[in-house]
Write a protein that binds this ligand. Structure first.
Ligand code: NAD
Length: 362
C-alpha cells in the first residue's frame, strides 16, 4: 500500500501521524511511505530520519491509498483525497458533522481514531488513551511550573517546606497519569471520580481518595454516565467546601460526546487561596471550571486557571511516537497481509469507520 503522511496544518498542532521508527516497520512490511517535507519537524523528526527509515520525502501525499493524519483534514485538504482512499485520524465524528458529510460525499473511507472501540483486542490502537497519558503528565508539570511553591517537602537549613497538596478530579487515563506524575514530584495527592471502581486505582498510586459522597453510574464500556442535576449540585457544594485545602486542582472529568461537566463554580474558585492553580484538562470541551477560558491562562483573584488546549501537541515527540504506534496497529488490523481487507462485520473496523464509499446499485 502507498501510505501518505501530510504535514499537519491545524493551528498549534505539532504532532505527526507517523514517526521514522514506525515508518521503517511499515516499509519492512512491504508498504511505500511518502512523507510531506517538514511533516515531522515540529515534533523533532527530521526529513532525513524518515528518508533513512526508507520513506520518500515528497509532496504527493494526498493521492496515496491510505492517508494518515493526527487532526481532521481542512476542506482544502479533504478535496485532495480521491474516492475510495482510506483516511485515518482524529476525524471528530461526534462534533464535525460538516467534515464527515464532506468525506462521505467524496467516497473517502474514514477511520476515526477516537471511534475505535475500547475493547481489550483494540488496546494497542487506543489513541485516546495514549494521548490522554501525555496530557495528564503535562498537566501535572504545568501545575508545578505555575505554582509559587515547591511540590515536595523539603528540609533545608532555612527550615522545612511543606509539600503541595493536589487534587485530581476525574481519574480516567489522564487523571491517573496526572496523579502518578504529581506523586513523583513529591506532592501530597488526592483523587476523586464518580466511578467508585477507580478508588482502588487512585490508592494504588499512593494517592488518597477524596470522598465527596457522590457516586455515579458506570456504563458497560467503563465510562461514567452524566450525574443528575441534584448529584451535580451536591458535588459542586462539596467541592466548594474542600477546595480551599488544595494548592492545585487538576480537572479531567468528561462524559463521551457531551460538554464537560461543570464541577467548579466561580464561588469555589473565589474560596481558594491566592497562588493556587487550576489546570483544566477538560478545556477542550468547555472546561470543568466555570471560569475556564479555553485556550487561555487567566488569573482570578490570585488563582491561576490554565485552559490550555491540545497538551499532547506540547510534547509532540512522544505524543507522535505513541500515536504512530496506535496507527500502525490499526493499519495491521485493516491490512493484515499487506493489502486492505475491510471486513465491516469486524467490531473494530465497523466501529472506527465513520465515512464510507457507498456501494453503487447494480
Ligand atoms: P474520559 O476522558 O471520558 O473521562 C475522564 C474521567 O472523568 C472518567 O474517569 C470519568 O469517570 C470521570 N468523570 C466523569 N464525570 C465526572 C464527575 N462529575 N466528577 C468526577 N469525575 C467524573 O475517560 P477515559 O480516561 O478516556 O476512560 C475512562 C475509563 O474507560 C477508563 O478508566 C477505563 O475504565 C475505560 N477504558 C477502557 C479501555 C480498554 O479497555 N481498552 C481503554 C481506555 C479506557
Amino acid at each position: 500500500m502507498r501510505i501518505g503522511v501530510p504535514r499537519e496544518t491545524a493551528e498549534g498542532e505539532r504532532r505527526v501521524a507517523l514517526v521514522p521508527e514506525v515508518a521503517a516497520k511499515l516499509v519492512e512490511a512491504g508498504h511505500e511511505i511518502v512523507v510531506e517535507g517538514g511533516a515531522g519537524s515540529a515534533a523533532s523528526f527530521a526529513d532525513a530520519a524518515f528518508a533513512e527509515a526508507g520513506a520518500t520525502v515528497g509532496e504527493s501525499v494526498w493521492d496515496a491509498d491510505v492517508v494518515v493524519k493526527v487532526q481532521k483534514p481542512s476542506a482544502v485538504e479533504a478535496a485532495r483525497l480521491h474516492s475510495g482512499a482510506v483516511l485515518i485520524g482524529f476525524l471528530q465524528p461526534l462534533t464535525d458533522t460538516e467534515g464527515i458529510e464532506r468525506l462521505t460525499e467524496q467516497g473517502v473511507v474514514g477511520f476515526a481514531m477516537e471511534s475505535i472501540p475500547r475493547i481489550t483486542r483494540a488496546q494497542s490502537m487506543d489513541a485516546l488513551s495514549s494521548q490522554a497519558t501525555v496530557g495528564g503528565y503535562k498537566a501535572a508539570l504545568i501545575a508545578a511550573d505555575r505554582l509559587p511553591r515547591f511540590m515536595p517537602m523539603l528540609t533545608t537549613a532555612a527550615g522545612t517546606v511543606q509539600p503541595a497538596k493536589i487534587l485530581v478530579i476525574g481519574a480516567g487515563v489522564a487523571g491517573l497519569q496526572a496523579i502518578a506524575t504529581a506523586r513523583r514530584l513529591g506532592a501530597v495527592v488526592f483523587g476523586f471520580d464518580v466511578r467508585e471502581a477507580v478508588r482502588e486505582q487512585i490508592e494504588s498510586l499512593g494517592a488518597k481518595f477524596l470522598d465527596l459522597g457522590v457516586k455515579g453510574e458506570e456504563t458497560a464500556g467503563g465510562y461514567a454516565t452524566e450525574l443528575t442535576p441534584e448529584q451535580q449540585a451536591q458535588q459542586q457544594a462539596e467541592l466548594e467546601k474542600r477546595l480551599p485545602e488544595f494548592d492545585v486542582v487538576i480537572t479531567t472529568a468528561a462524559i463521551p460526546g457531551r460538554p464537560a461537566p461543570k464541577l467548579i463554580p466561580a464561588s469555589a474558585v473565589e474560596a481558594m487561596r491566592p497562588g493556587s492553580v487550576i489546570v483544566d484538562l477538560a478545556a477542550e470541551t468547555g472546561g470543568n471550571c466555570e471560569l475556564t477560558e479555553p485556550g487561555e491562562d487567566i488569573d482570578h483573584g490570585g488563582v491561576t486557571i490554565v485552559g490550555r488546549l491540545n497538551l499532547p501537541s506540547e510534547m509532540a515527540y512522544h505524543a507522535s511516537q505513541l500515536y504512530a504506534r496506535n496507527v500502525q496497529a490499526l493499519l495491521n488490523h485493516l491490512a493484515p497481509e499487506g493489502e486492505l481487507v475491510l471486513d465491516f462485520d469486524d467490531e473494530i473496523t465497523s466501529g472506527a469507520c465513520v465515512t464510507r464509499k457507498e456501494a453503487k446499485p447494480e
